[in-house]
Structures are given as C-alpha cells and as structure tokens.
Write a protein of this length. Structure first.
Length: 289
C-alpha cells in the first residue's frame, strides 16, 4: 500500500534529489533544490510525496509564485519538479499527487499555472487544465543597427528604480526576486536611458550553430522604450539576432522575425479570473533556444 504525505524538508531532500536526477536531469543537486524551493522569495514550496515502504517513489513540488499590478497581488502555485520512479509509472501516481496536492493546498493560492513538458502536457489537460488563452510564440528577430544612446552595462539589479505601472499583471519583480532568479553569472543586465525613462534588460548570450544570440529574459521599466532599448543593446554588443517572447509588451515590434515555437502555458482554478491579464516573460517560463 502506497503512502502519500507532505515533504519533510529536514529529511527528504537527498532522496528527492536522487529521484529527480534519475528521471529528469543530473543537473539537480541539493544546492539547486534548496535555491529553488527554500530560498524562493515568494516562500517555501509545498511538496507532496508518494512512498512505498518509506521509499520515495513520486514527488510533486508546488512552487509559490506571485504576480502583481499596482499593489494588487495574485498568489499562484506552480507545479514543478514532478517525477514518478520508473518502476511505478502508469499506476495513476502522477494524477493522485497532483489532484490530492491541489485539494490539500487549495487555500494557498488564487491561481495554478504550469509550463509542462511534452511528457506531462496531455496528462495535465486530462486532469482539467486549460491552455493559456493568449497565443504567444518564442521568436527570433534580426535587429537593424541603431546608434547607441545611454547604456549602463551590468548595473546592480534594482527593479524599484525602474518600476512603472502596467495595465497587466506581471511576475512581482522585486529586487530580491530578480537577484534570486538571475543569480547565475552568465545572466547580464543593461540599463537604457531615454530622458527620464529607463529600461532595464536582463539577458543571456547563447549560441545556435555557432551564431551568437541575445536571449531577452526580462524587460523592466518604460514599455514604450522597450524596442529602442533592445535595438541599442544589440548595437552596443554588435550582436543583431535576438530570441524573445512575442507577448503583449513586444508583439509585432520587429519586422524581421521568425517564429521558433509556441510557449506552452497551462492554468486552472483561476479564482480571480485574471489569466487574460497576465503577461509572462522568457525568464518566467524558462524559455531556452
């Protein structure tokens, strides 16, 4: 008889990480698990486990995530790091971990959203998840050179300095969140100034078939200046190919663009009926070339 219970952070982490490494990726470590699920500025993740004779054979982590708009907060949960041991698959464990976990934590959230892989996508739909109603694509764009204006390379991340009000909910990009999310050394920041309007860009440079590409992770600040900020960054770096998310902030900004693939975002239990008013970034949904 299988047992189902909540995570015990003081004892379960090593065994969970071993299971994640076996079934998902060897990139999972105790340190990365702690960073993601304990150090998260939105709060410690909730977790639901399946055990057979005290051996952890299934895990479903529910990561806390906040969206904000002019002081209004949406408290979301984001199911991530889900795996069932290979010897126990096709027994309904994934479904039970998900549905029992959501029932147990139903008072902890206003919205559930998820960015599933191809293996879990159909399974989520069968359990009542819905597709994000706004069609958005990851895109490549070739950027025409533009004379560089005022750019500051690698300024300290300080979202409060560039904070503006949008008509949409976005991830609550406090300075503590950004410093946590973009801790890795390969993420870079650049600030574009146009008069009194600032735009902070968080980006990473990757290569595709030997060609350098700027991946635009975040754009923070004056929305009307986003396009010029990106163009000027490209001119400064002398890299004229970008990868970005064609969301409401960047839709149809660049004429020389090509769709890469659609963003897969699912949601359920939208208690505030807010999903149509949320704008995601590349960083939010971990887009990668």
């Amino acid at each position: 008889m299988l047992e189902f219970r909540e995570i015990d952070y003081s004892n379960d982490i090593p065994e969970i990480v071993d299971l994640l490494r076996t079934s998902l990726s060897e990139k999972h470590t105790k340190e990365s698990f702690k960073w993601k699920h304990i150090d998260n500025p939105f709060g410690k993740s909730l977790g639901f486990l399946a055990l057979d004779k005290n051996k952890i054979i299934g895990v479903r982590m529910f990561m806390k995530w906040d969206f904000s708009n002019e002081g209004e907060i949406i408290h979301a949960l984001r199911p991530v790091d889900t795996v069932t041991h290979s010897d126990y698959r096709n027994k309904g464990i994934f479904k039970k971990l998900t549905l029992d976990g959501l029932e147990k934590y139903k008072n902890n959230y206003d919205l559930i959203f998820n960015t599933p892989n191809q293996n879990s996508y159909l399974g989520n739909l069968k359990m009542g998840w819905k597709k994000y109603p706004i069609k958005i694509n990851f895109k490549f764009a070739l950027i025409l050179p533009l004379l560089t204006k005022s750019h500051t390379d690698n300024p300290p991340i300080n979202s409060d300095k560039n904070k503006v009000s949008y008509n949409y909910f976005t991830t609550n990009k406090s300075s503590s969140y950004l410093q946590w999310r973009y801790l890795r050394n390969d993420y870079k920041t650049s600030e574009y100034t146009n008069g009194e309007n600032n735009v902070e860009i968080i980006y990473i440079i990757q290569k595709l078939k030997g060609v350098k590409i700027i991946v635009i992770e975040e754009l923070i600040g004056s929305e009307p200046n986003f396009e010029n900020a990106v163009r000027n960054l490209c001119s400064k770096l002398k890299i004229y190919l970008i990868y970005y998310l064609d969301n409401l902030f960047m839709k149809s900004k660049f004429s020389l663009s090509l769709n890469r693939n659609p963003a897969i975002i699912l949601f359920r239990d939208d208690k505030m009926e807010c999903i149509n008013n949320i704008v995601f970034s590349v960083g939010d949904i971990e887009g990668s070339i």
